[in-house]
Design a protein around this ligand. Structure first.
Ligand SMILES: [Zn+2]
Length: 266
């Protein structure tokens, strides 16, 4: 029995109806809806349970005009994961939809890139435009965890456990990291916001919230290099993810899906 193969799940927790043109620098010629889905992810294997990102709660959904589908703790519970027992949380970046719910994992240590905390607490936060995707309370909560010795910092590529590595991509946020997981179907890459939708990486297009466009575009090549095939890359906000991957258990269709098995063709 291999000790580096993991199960990987996506837990959908929120939704936002919006027009396609809002999702791309330069807009989109089609006057159609292209909603965003919001996910956290769970990696389960011989070295324990690793939660990737912590989403936002109902209060933040109301503040930001998003629709809550289920609180993340309830979604994780359907996988038998109890938030108060989780020991490792990987935070891909510090945008409000990836690092809220900061009291939900009292025992966890948080894995974060050096560049991300520096970006979220540094000179660029003087600019309203750069602050848009950040919430100061989320950032303060993470700084408090640093002082409580609950943050493990990573600089570039690092191993979290056998078969689980993080890789700094940057671009969308300066210290954005993706997560590569060895599974029985090969290496799956949780892109998070290194590609919001399949269309971003497949068509070389860019989501409007960006620290560095060049690094966003370079990031698509990194994702493809890390994954066993393009079909092994899981974008961060594409509603298709919840449709093409099978439910983790009967009744969880479209809500909690399994990423370590092959999806239906897109
Ligand atoms: Zn996001």
């Amino acid at each position: 029995m291999s000790d580096d193969l993991h199960e990987v799940y996506a837990v959908r927790y929120a939704h936002h109806d919006r027009k396609a043109t809002e999702n791309f620098v330069g807009g989109d010629p089609h006057d159609i809806l292209q909603p965003l889905a919001y996910f956290v992810w769970a990696i389960v294997g011989p070295h324990g349970t690793f939660v990737v990102d912590t989403g936002f709660d109902r209060a933040m959904a109301d503040k930001r005009g998003r629709t809550m589908v289920q609180p993340i703790a309830e979604g994780l519970k359907t996988l038998g994961i109890h938030a108060d027992a989780v020991e490792d949380v990987i935070v891909t970046h510090l945008h409000y939809d990836h690092c809220g719910n900061y009291d939900v994992f009292p025992k966890a240590r948080y894995h974060l890139q050096d560049d991300e905390i520096a970006y979220a607490t540094g000179r660029y936060m003087n600019h309203a435009h750069q602050r848009v995707p950040f919430e100061v309370d989320d950032i303060v909560a993470m700084v408090r965890k640093v002082f409580a010795e609950r943050v493990m910092f990573h600089d570039g590529t690092d191993a979290i456990a056998p078969g689980i590595t993080v890789h700094r991509i940057g671009g969308h946020s300066k210290g954005l990291q993706c997560v590569r997981v060895k599974t029985r179907r090969g290496h799956v890459v949780l892109a998070s916001d290194a590609s919001h939708l399949y269309a971003h990486m497949n068509e070389g297009r860019v989501f409007p919230i960006t620290y560095c466009v060049g690094d966003v575009l370079e990031g698509y090549a990194t994702l493809k290099r890390l994954a066993d095939s393009p079909g092994h890359i899981v974008p961060g906000h594409d509603p298709k993810v919840a449709e093409i991957y099978p439910a983790a258990a009967p009744g969880l269709e479209g809500l909690v899906v399994r990423l370590d098995v092959d999806p239906k063709p897109v």
